[in-house]
Design a protein around this ligand. Structure first.
Ligand code: GLU
Length: 505
């Protein structure tokens, strides 16, 4: 039996952030590379932060990105249930076991008593005082009260929680594949709450109990969890369990390179930070999906935020990533989030695709904008625009002149190049277009006409483009004309000639 089992363990407190998707991706790749199992576990023990719809969002986002869990809620598996809210009895059992072994204790302090302790400690000169080896003896807990008093309070179940009893003057050491050895002095660690008064565990207890019971071999998660790992390793020791292997992933930094990328940065910098759109209350957060990114391109962009294959290979599909992936090549330094790079990947992916592969997406896009053209027209259109778009929606915005005549013209070009003298020649050009539909022959014929009559290409060709497209942008002009056909082109030329006169006054 293969022993590699990894889990992606998001809390359903909102949509999956792009950093979460990267964590899921690295877990997925590591599992697949090693013939292991990729598990989705929903860590929903914090009821105050629970957000309706977040779990579905997480699953949809993973599936859209192609990272389908092997086990998880709704995916089956022999280690379920995979939602922590459905696993309470396990946490109770181990919280009590820790108390029994003397590594945890009941505490009964009220919020007021806790605040008072902090205040007193601060006034004695202790900065950011904690509930720990130093202060626990001053508080109301099963270590300071008599057994009968404690039992009575536990039975009354008022303000009862369970805290870890962190030993004094010890060093907790664990290895991390990105950082090698990491050590914490237990004197810096607080007596973390592991079971709350509502009967639910905190993240720390639930996380290690599940990692153990689900036989997780490797924990791959964000750097923000590094400092919790000391508590986790201690709990493994207390329960005589073997901890998993740890890998803490580097932060994803803001585009400026300063500070962690936050969910609010999307709106601030004008790009999505969520895989898919997310609506919450009045707010709408943009998604890579809706902005027209190909999930394969997004994944390719993400995999390189914190890992590289050790050579300069950049374009990789999921199976190639799987082949190359290794935890040893994850870097320690934060990775700057550069949306231009994401766009570059997307552009590459669009260009690699065949017209057939692109056509359903483009058809849907055009339909959304009420554009009705034949399939044959769409195919040819895609062929002409493919090299020029970055995101799928550009297939509409960058090529609107393929579907509607321009309603405005590049004024600078018109003012600079148009004169009344050009009119008869454009009429002539229109006639050439009527007689020929092949773009190459058309191009040669129009250009020969211009040179035979000593007319400047640099005047007529830009003007012709502005007449057809409104601006100087777009693919080869004669390809455009050939696709639009004589009638449409002729109409555009006539309309433009009518309007250009008044633009130069
Ligand atoms: N529930 C934690 C989170 O939301 C999981 C951290 C871990 O992977 O241990 O990220």
């Amino acid at each position: 039996m293969n022993s590699v089992r990894v889990r992606f363990a998001p809390s359903p407190t909102g949509p999956l952030h792009i950093g979460g998707l990267r964590t899921a991706l690295y877990n997925y790749l590591f599992a697949k590379k090693n013939g292991g199992t990729f598990i989705l576990r929903i860590e929903d023990t914090d009821q105050n932060r629970y957000v309706e719809g977040a779990e579905d969002y997480i699953k949809n986002a993973l599936e859209w990105a192609g990272l389908v869990p092997d086990e998880g809620p709704g995916y089956g598996g022999a280690y379920g249930p995979y939602r922590q809210s459905e696993r309470k009895e396990h946490y109770h059992k181990y919280a009590k076991e820790l108390v029994k072994r003397g590594h945890a204790y009941y505490a009964f302090d009220t919020p007021e008593e806790l605040a008072q302790m902090r205040q007193e400690q601060e006034s004695l000169g202790f900065h950011s005082p904690k509930y720990d080896h130093r202060t626990r003896s001053l508080m109301r807990n099963s270590l300071t009260l008599s057994e009968s008093e404690s039992k009575e309070l536990v039975d009354k179940n008022e303000n009862v929680i369970i805290r870890l009893k962190i030993p004094e003057n010890e060093t907790v050491t664990f290895s991390d594949s990105v950082r090698e050895e990491v050590s914490f002095s237990t004197n810096e660690l607080d007596d973390k709450v592991i079971l709350k008064n509502d009967g639910l565990p905190t993240y720390h207890l639930a996380n290690i109990v599940d990692d153990h019971l689900m036989e997780i071999s490797h924990v791959i998660r964000g750097e923000e969890w590094l400092s919790s790992t000391a508590h986790h390793v201690l709990m493994y020791q207390f329960l005589d369990w073997t901890p998993p292997n740890y890998t803490h992933l580097p932060l994803i930094l803001k585009p400026t390179g300063k500070g962690k990328l936050s969910k609010r940065d999307g709106a601030k910098f004008g790009f999505p930070v969520f895989p898919m759109e997310w609506k919450q209350d009045e707010d709408l957060y943009a998604g890579f999906k809706e902005d027209g990114y190909d999930p394969a391109a997004l994944i390719n962009f993400l995999v390189l935020l914190g890992w590289n294959p050790g050579n300069d290979e950049e374009i990789m599909d999921l199976s190639r990533m799987q082949e190359l992936f290794s935890l040893g090549k994850i870097v320690k330094a934060g990775a700057r989030f550069d949306i231009e790079k994401a766009k570059w990947f997307n552009q590459n992916y669009i260009q690699q695709k065949s017209t057939e592969q692109l056509s359903s997406g483009v058809k849907a896009l055009l339909k959304k904008h009420n554009v009705e053209v034949s399939d044959d027209y769409i195919q040819k259109y895609i062929g002409l625009m493919k090299e020029r778009v970055t995101l799928v929606p550009d297939f509409y915005t960058e090529g609107q002149f393929f579907f509607v005549a321009p309603d405005s013209y590049d004024e600078k070009q018109v003012k600079k190049r148009y004169s009344q003298d050009t009119v008869p020649h454009f009429q002539k050009i229109s006639e050439i277009i009527e007689s020929e539909s092949d773009s190459t022959i058309l191009s040669t014929s129009v250009k020969s006409y211009l040179s035979d009559n000593n007319l400047k290409m640099g005047v007529y060709l830009p003007l012709l483009r502005v007449m057809i497209c409104g601006s100087m942008k777009g693919p080869d002009l004669f390809e455009i004309i050939s696709l639009l056909g004589y009638e449409e082109t002729n109409n555009r030329i006539s309309t433009a000639l009518d309007r250009f006169g008044s633009m130069i006054d």
